[in-house]
Design a protein around this ligand. Structure first.
Ligand code: UDX
Ligand code: UDX
Length: 464
């Protein structure tokens, strides 16, 4: 296929959870464009070229296969691909800074800025740069300054197009998003660049879902969307603690308030805590931004969402410890799930990590089970690896265990034969449902002592 056949040449730097699926969808829906994804990680690129993709995401392999080798290409060659492209999406990671000023809160922009410099030095023609990574407000302006300081007189226009896909449903979210947001400067060249990006998505997304705004609004909206979503979870989790004290049922409370169309019923599922690469990072980014502008009360308000999440994780471990007669030492505890949510292999910021760490500090014998995330769990827990058992089969993981803790809401955990599991466990047998996905009454009748989140505990003896 000759190059001329393609009406746009798109490059994406960063073949991670965001860059890979987004580009696969663009390529599959727009066969007239050439889409190339580059990454510094050679192993990852090889995996994108194989049938064992580097990330688990339902339906993704089919989308990749639709376009791969036709108009979707994966490569580690940065310079040549920068030269060849007209539009460059930047989707490299922007983790929370671990050093220097803003450590623990602000975003580490070193990879981001390196990309800007790489683009500048390799480019031989004008380009549109699309900020896909979530970044502090005004980063696009800074990037544009770096890019446009070039000796060749090249013109770069930076557009912000934050990604709202959620892991586990990435394909569905990309295929049929609630909205796509495209922010640009409101100058003639800014608007022209914005329209180019609008045109890409209008190949398969209705125009009324393509929202445009100024650059800063787009950058800020991403941080605010994630902060609002996380806020709902922390709000219902805070209420779950109260429910346990007053014998209320948090699921009933969620249902009752969620019926109010002004509140809505989504993201009101009480849990062991939220995880994922975005929520905590983005809230802390917002907090840092507010502090930078002296808005300390606003910063403290948003920071409390993260603190509430940490409290919920701590509370879960304390409940386990207290229920197991204040000692978990040498007790076999099976964690069902390590991924931060179901249908993903991603374990970044998973509550499972904190829970495992705390149980290990108490010298428990932790067994980790997960259908997709064991490989990542082993990397996360490398410091404990020789002490932790990994067992993909939940029946084997629970064999002779004192307790089971449900950490991830995988469907498979709802369908297990808990009678069989109970018969092979130590007595008394405990189950801590950190996702409220099981039939608690039935488990109690089997003989388990059951500890859901935000619901009365079902126990066979008097709790002191
Ligand atoms: C990342 C950010 O975490 C998120 O804030 C942003 O919205 C999108 O990009 P994600 O795709 O989940 O999200 O990150 P990750 O899976 O870590 O992918 C980033 C990729 O960039 C990695 O594969 C990494 O190897 C690559 N990378 C990083 C480069 O190719 N070049 C670099 O200089 C740095
Ligand atoms: C989130 C945003 O939803 C998405 O728009 C953005 O692009 C990236 O960040 P993601 O982190 O992939 O997506 O998953 P999400 O479904 O939002 O779940 C985040 C965490 O909240 C998970 O740990 C999940 O289990 C938890 N959660 C979610 C709850 O505990 N209760 C809920 O009601 C919903």
């Amino acid at each position: 296929m000759s190059k001329e056949k393609f009406t746009k040449k798109i490059l994406c730097i960063g073949a991670g959870y965001v860059g890979g699926p987004t580009m696969a969808m663009i390529a599959a829906r727009c066969p007239q464009y050439k889409v190339t994804v580059v990454d510094i990680n050679e192993e990852k690129i090889k995996a994108w070229e194989s049938n064992e993709l580097p990330i688990f995401e339902p339906g993704l392999l089919d989308v990749v296969k639709e376009a791969r080798g036709k108009n979707l290409f994966f490569s580690t060659e940065l310079e040549k691909n920068i030269k060849d492209s007209e539009i460059i999406f930047v989707s490299v990671n922007t983790p929370t800074k671990t050093f220097g000023e803003g450590a623990g809160k602000s975003a580490d922009l070193q990879y981001w800025e390196k990309c800007a410099r790489d683009i500048r030095s390799a480019s031989e023609s004008d380009k549109i740069i699309v900020e896909k990574s979530t970044l502090p407000v005004k980063t696009a302006i800074a990037m544009e300054r770096i890019l446009n300081e070039n000796e060749r007189g090249l013109k770069f226009e930076v557009v912000s197009n934050p990604e709202f896909l959620a892991e586990g449903t990435a394909v569905k979210d990309l295929e049929n998003p609630d909205r796509v947001l495209i922010g640009s400067k409101e100058t003639e060249s800014g608007l022209k660049a914005r329209n180019e990006i609008v045109e890409i998505f209008s190949n398969w997304i209705p125009r009324d879902r393509l929202i445009t705004s100024n650059l800063m609004s787009a950058e800020l909206s991403k941080l605010v969307a994630n902060s609002f979503l996380a806020q709902r979870i922390s709000s219902i989790n805070s209420i779950s603690a109260l429910c346990e004290k007053v014998d209320a049922n948090v699921s009933e409370v969620s249902r009752a308030i969620g019926k109010d169309s002004r509140i809505g019923n989504k993201f009101l599922h009480a849990s062991v805590g939220f995880g994922g690469s975005c929520f905590k990072k983005d809230i802390l980014n917002l907090v840092y931004l507010c502090e930078t502008f002296g808005l300390y009360e606003v910063a403290a308000y948003w920071e409390s969402i993260v603190k509430m999440n940490e409290y919920q994780e701590t509370r879960f471990v304390q409940t386990i410890n207290k229920a197991l007669f204040n000692t978990v030492t040498n007790k076999r505890i099976a964690l069902f799930g390590f991924a931060f949510k179901a249908n993903t292999s991603d374990t970044r910021e998973s509550p499972a990590f904190y829970i495992t760490k705390k149980l290990m500090e108490e010298k428990a014998h932790v067994v980790i089970s997960d259908p997709k995330a064991i490989k990542n769990a082993k990397v996360d827990l490398k410091d404990f690896n020789n002490k932790i058992e990994y067992e993909i089969d939940p029946y084997k993981a629970a064999h002779q265990a004192h307790a089971i803790a449900i950490i991830t809401e995988w469907d498979l955990y709802k369908e297990l034969d808990y009678e069989k599991i109970y018969n092979n466990m130590e007595r008394p047998a405990f189950i801590f449902d950190g996702r409220n996905i099981l039939d608690h009454q039935k488990l109690f009748e089997i003989g388990f002592n059951v500890y859901p989140i935000g619901k009365p505990h079902l126990i066979h003896f008097n709790e002191s």
